[in-house]
Design a protein around this ligand. Sequence first.
Ligand code: SF4
Ligand code: SF4
Length: 103
Amino acid sequence: MFLLNNLPLPTNMECRKGCAACCIYPSISTPLPGLPNGKPSMMPCPHLNDDKLCSLFGKPERPAVCSGFKPEEWMCGSSETDAATNFKWLLKEKTGVIELKAH
Ligand code: SF4
Ligand code: SF4
């Protein structure tokens, strides 16, 4: 398993609105509203809206693991396609499981 921790690293990168790759490819094992056991890898989070934005953004029920997650160049690349490619590579190389996890 490869853990995408909420690393307290300085990052200048802004999240690309409407990308949502990190809301699709990694698994989340902590509860999400409506998903008490989290979600598996490759499952688009049901809290993505039609614009592929988080419908829980700014709300207290948004999981801490999501609120603390920060974009990083190595993972997000410069496009949604880059991010999807990077996550698929991680899935293939890292025993098929990548997980968003808080410290
Ligand atoms: S993969 Fe990166 S750019 Fe895309 S939504 Fe997640 S944090 Fe934002
Ligand atoms: S709750 Fe929001 S940020 Fe977290 S995975 Fe779902 S859509 Fe993404």
